[in-house]
Ligand binder design. Structure first.
Ligand SMILES: [Zn+2]
Length: 176
């Protein structure tokens, strides 16, 4: 699947050309569109026992599969602000002690449009006595999983490959 346009979004003409994966140009009016890589964030939160917090996705894409709290960075926001906002929106808790870990590219398909993202992964903690409030329609439940080795990681039904790469990083860093 590749994103494409049949009509120029500016003049409605049919001479809109796909220059490369993220760049279109209209030969009639000169309109140029860049569909750039989107910044997104995700947070790895492990409890004292080492169990990592996952959300079970309530909606497409990847409904029923596991993902880390996170999402797209909004205009005007830093990566750290996006982490805190997304966690608060999705699970009702603001993480503390955010530390950047690594980033990995990802592809996110939503309603027939492909979004190429660059996912930045942070490690954080839950505040004491955190009470979860799950975002309706986004998160159906929270699941905590222990990942003791790479075999455990392979078995997890993760929604996104970038999270698998990040967790591989996390596991090799913290459990070696
Ligand atoms: Zn045009």
């Amino acid at each position: 699947m590749q994103n494409d346009f049949n009509f120029c979004p500016h003049c409605g003409g049919r001479n809109v050309r796909n220059i490369d994966m993220r760049h279109w140009q209209c030969d009639d009016c000169g309109f140029v569109l860049y569909h750039n890589v989107a910044a997104s964030v995700a947070v790895i939160i492990a409890d004292e026992s080492g169990a990592i917090l996952f959300e079970v996705r309530a909606k497409q894409p990847k409904q029923g599969m596991l993902c880390l709290p996170g999402g797209f960075v909004e205009p005007g926001e830093s990566l750290e602000q996006a982490c805190v906002r997304e966690c608060y929106e999705e699970i009702g808790v603001k993480p503390v002690g955010l530390q950047y870990m690594a980033s990995f590219p990802n592809t996110y398909e939503y309603k027939g449009v492909l979004y190429k993202t660059c996912d930045a992964f942070f490690v954080a903690n839950m505040p004491d006595n955190a009470e979860f409030h799950l975002q309706q329609g986004e998160v159906s439940q929270i699941q905590k999983c222990c990942i003791n080795n790479l075999q455990d990681l392979e078995k997890l039904p993760l929604a996104f490959d970038s999270a698998r790469c990040a967790l591989k990083c996390f596991v090799s860093e913290f459990y070696k």
